[in-house]
Design a protein around this ligand. Sequence first.
Ligand SMILES: [Zn+2]
Ligand SMILES: [Zn+2]
Length: 433
Amino acid sequence: MKTSIKILIVAALAAVVVGALVLKNGSAPAESEPMTPTVAVVGAPGGALTQAVAATTARLPRLVDLGADKCIPCKMMKPILDEFQRDYADRFTTEFIDVWKNPAAGTQYGVEMIPTQIFFDAEGRELFRHVGFYGKEDILNKWQELGVMPGPGQSARIVREMPVAPDVRPRDQVCYLCDGDVNPKSKTVVKGQAEQRVLCSTHCYFIYFSSIVGADPKAEDAKVRVMDWADGTLLPACAATYLYGMDDAGRPTIKAFGTREAALEEQSSGSGNLVDWDLLRSKEMATRCAFCDRAVYPEDACRVRFGSAHGYGCCTHCAMGVAARLRQDIEVEAKDSFSGDSIRVKTMAGQVATLDPPTAVAWFGQKRNDEGQWVSAGCFKQGFFVNQDTLKQWLEMRPAMTGREIAIAQVLADKLKLSPEQIAKACKLGECQ
Ligand SMILES: [Zn+2]
Ligand SMILES: [Zn+2]
């Protein structure tokens, strides 16, 4: 008697809860898997309701673990489920349902003993179920058998801790910021604390400038020299005249000249407008990364939509960071760093809700700091790829690169862990973690 009353109360509550959900979203969830009112996606912040929506929105296979938070084998499942949520969120979603708190779900899934793990395909069809504690390797092997995880040898994420070949370029020919080759005609030199810093272009200088905490433009101006495009001598940046044009892709081109006459002569053989240093700065600083505030060209950036607005992430990881900075769901449109193919990511309630294509992965470029810890190698070393193959091809062209392949869901999770103070320092010179 007592039990049936309890179930009745839960069922009544469930009706209210589903009603509230429909109201909140303006319409019923589009994907028509049966809704379980108190489904919780493991290891995520936020309410169970929005997570239930996330779980039904994602077109991914699904692992559902039905248990109770007080049962011992169920407790042993918890860290495994958390790990799946963190490391394999691009392959399958992981859910935990407490059937003591939500007996209706136990009935719906036909569960008689806990813990029970049920494997569903992306269309919601049950593929397999297991009763009792189920270890991590067993579950991953089962997913492999079911064709969700790639076979042995393929599923391993790429890790490169040592460069395949060292970078042997002379230091004064490598851009301090982007690591690219320095074009001698557009070389820009900045006085650092102890050394001269060589940058490949004025554009990289403005990224550098926007990475200085509390920069005083006048004081910084005095430290910069640019190469005269015409005669190959370095001159103070604020004394130069700049020819500001566009390349075929709509990306700005900038040439510095010591005299107005030389700039006019170059202009007469092509196109572009003459601008001074202050105007050049305002153009360069007009578009900023919505996560780290660095200057960015939209042509180079990831597009990020949030609500009815949009902005840019200077790299793929910064683009995901916009969700952390704004504490809001976002939609990221990135390009495969190797093939240029489009990759779209939508977040919901702090998780990746859809990933297109579902095989897409991220590269986390890392290097060892002076204490030997792995730290981010900076925005220019990050990227998204439509699959592991294009990542491999990209890495082959970058023998000096170190870092690791991670799930795109992991990029989001890493950013969401940052405090507002850490976000304020993100990508700043001397502050990058
Ligand atoms: Zn550069
Ligand atoms: Zn950024």
